[in-house]
Design a protein around this ligand. Structure first.
Ligand code: GAP
Length: 532
């Protein structure tokens, strides 16, 4: 009996190890593919790079721009009551006092005395809780296999003693952490780490320092002379640029509540645990929208934006099973409700976007610190008030990672050979079509270049004449180009080309005159946004 259970656990352990190893390999592939194919480079690499700072290369910048545009169109162009803004990164320093960032934008840090490594205390606890969740999921998966079609997942989750215990323990830990952090009780956060016997991932020891708060804002100076220079911060979120412009936009745009202001731009955080490639960076880009509503109506708008934002993500077709909501236990200093849209990255489910009901905290605080009224006159109610705010905030770099990592596939083909293909949603692909003359002579390059000249008005297209056409197809697959258009000797005779589809590798013979419509049909933002 004993040896039977030993083998059972050994099997599970080995399965767990091989899954983790596979995920690590997948992630390593993502990072190396991004570099090799000109998507992302480490910043200032010739000087050995700068930790957690990255540059977007020739293809990365196109993919990033397309994600930004896809967001912008869905938020601003498609909503009559949402307008855009591009506020400066540098803001008056009082902004950050009013917003609470000077006093409360902290991470709780803990050091391991043996490895000298520094960790975010909340991340250590969350990782522990996530392991309980993974254990519960494994039980569910096993039961699914055991019971087959008769399996009732909901009933199993609420009645299986082991699953109930894992999930209850997970909840209890997160709730206690949320309470302690909310109350500033850092001693209890340390006590929790000790009670859970969390060890340093590097040294394996439990020799921890106290938990301390560390402010994440980057400071800088404005002005030439050391005596008169003014201390500033690089903005840690784009949202405050929207709040301080709320009345300017409302008045000049004659906006009526409810209305939104959207903005994309850089934000900076001195992240201590900067890891996982572009997932957590020190300089990153946010796509944020503040939606101003009547006080008391914020919860209905909060639910509306949760649902709308999830639909936007789903429209990209990365798979509904990769998303889940996570309601916050620990609320930021400005929120009365908050949820993350989490995405299944190669290293597990993690926050991709935050949806926050920010109350009237920010506008009221700016009123108080600036001495200016930031109120709206609601003609229907014949009343002045400070609007409440529902915010949607998604990291552009995290979106990039979600799309890129999920799209990267190794496929074994019918003939046993393999190909690396980046199955990006075609609306986001950096290059929409590559035009390839079969040979570098007989007038084929000239025809190919003419096709490029015609198509480049509408799409980002590229030309490639180097190597055999099969190798060129593989190169374009790895870049995520949805179409390869090959010009051959028949083209000169009848004005037709072959068009190869990236995902199916199917080839069709079509007229050059039809190319624009064929590509348009597959890549147009309109078609993709209509799926929402
Ligand atoms: N204005 C609200 C706000 O900034 P947040 O949850 O701190 O909220 C919003 O950030 C989004 O910004 C996150 O969901 C994430 O996608 C992205 N983000 C935050 N910190 C980041 C970092 N260090 N690197 C990359 N993206 C980050």
């Amino acid at each position: 009996m004993q040896s039977c259970s030993f083998f059972f656990f050994l099997n599970h352990f080995l399965y767990f190890c091989s899954t983790m190893a596979k995920q690590e390999d997948l992630f390593k592939n993502v990072v190396s593919h991004a570099k090799e194919y000109g998507f992302i480079f480490p910043s200032s690499e010739i000087y050995d790079g700068l930790s957690a700072v990255y540059d977007y290369a020739q293809n990365g910048v196109e993919l990033k721009k397309n994600i930004r545009e896809y967001w912008w169109k869905s938020m601003v162009q498609m909503n009559e009551n949402i307008v855009g803004l591009d506020a400066a990164i540098l803001m008056h320093p009082t902004t950050w006092k009013a917003s609470g960032h000077v006093d409360a934008f902290n991470d709780p840090l803990i050091d391991n005395k043996d490895s000298k490594r520094r960790y975010r205390a909340d991340v250590l606890i969350e990782d522990y809780a996530e392991k309980l969740n993974v254990k519960a999921k494994k039980e569910i998966e096993k039961a699914k296999v055991r019971f087959g079609e008769a399996f009732n997942e909901q009933e199993f989750i609420t009645t299986n003693p082991r699953v109930v215990e894992y999930l209850a323990k997970e909840r209890e830990i997160l709730e206690r952490m949320g309470r302690s952090l909310g109350n500033g009780d850092l001693e209890d956060v340390k006590a929790l780490i000790e009670e859970l016997e969390i060890a340093c991932p590097e040294s394996g020891s439990r020799n921890w320092t106290e938990v301390r708060q560390f402010n994440l804002m980057f400071g800088t100076k404005l002005g030439a002379s050391a005596d008169t220079a003014m201390d500033l911060y690089l903005r840690p979120e784009t949202a405050q640029g929207i709040f301080v412009n709320f009345l300017n936009v409302q008045k000049s745009g004659r906006m009526k509540v409810p209305f939104g202001i959207a903005q994309t731009g850089k934000a900076f955080r001195n992240e201590i645990v900067a890891r996982q490639f572009i997932f957590r960076m020190r300089e990153f880009e946010q796509m944020e929208m503040q939606f101003f509503v009547r006080p008391g109506e914020e919860m209905q708008w909060y639910e509306h934006w949760k649902a709308t934002r999830l639909k936007w993500h789903l429209s990209l077709g990365l798979g509904a099973e990769r998303y889940r909501f996570h309601d916050h236990e620990k609320l930021a200093h400005y929120a009365n409700a908050a949820a993350d849209i989490e995405f299944e990255f190669p290293f597990g489910f993690k926050e991709l976007e935050g949806i926050h009901s920010r109350t009237d905290f920010d506008l009221k605080a700016h009123e108080e610190y600036s001495g200016r009224k930031l109120q709206y006159f609601d003609a229907e109610l014949n009343q002045n008030y400070v609007p409440y705010v529902v915010e949607t905030s998604v990291g552009l770099d995290r979106m990039f990672l979600a799309v890129f990592a999920t799209s990267l596939k190794e496929e074994t083909l019918e003939d046993g050979s393999t190909r690396t293909v980046l199955k990006l949603p075609s609306v986001l692909a950096p290059t929409k079509a590559a035009i390839l003359p079969l040979v570098k002579k007989d007038g084929l390059p000239e025809i190919a270049k003419q096709i490029i000249e015609d198509l480049r008005w509408d799409f980002n297209v590229s030309y490639d004449e180097k190597d055999a056409v099969g190798r060129r197809y593989r190169r374009q697959d790895a870049l995520g180009t949805p179409f390869c258009i090959t010009v051959d000797h028949q083209t000169a005779e009848d004005q037709t080309v072959t068009i190869r589809h990236r995902d199916t590798m199917k080839q069709d013979r079509v007229a050059i005159a039809d190319l624009k419509a064929i590509i348009e049909n597959e890549v147009s933002m309109k078609n993709w946004l209509m799926k929402m």
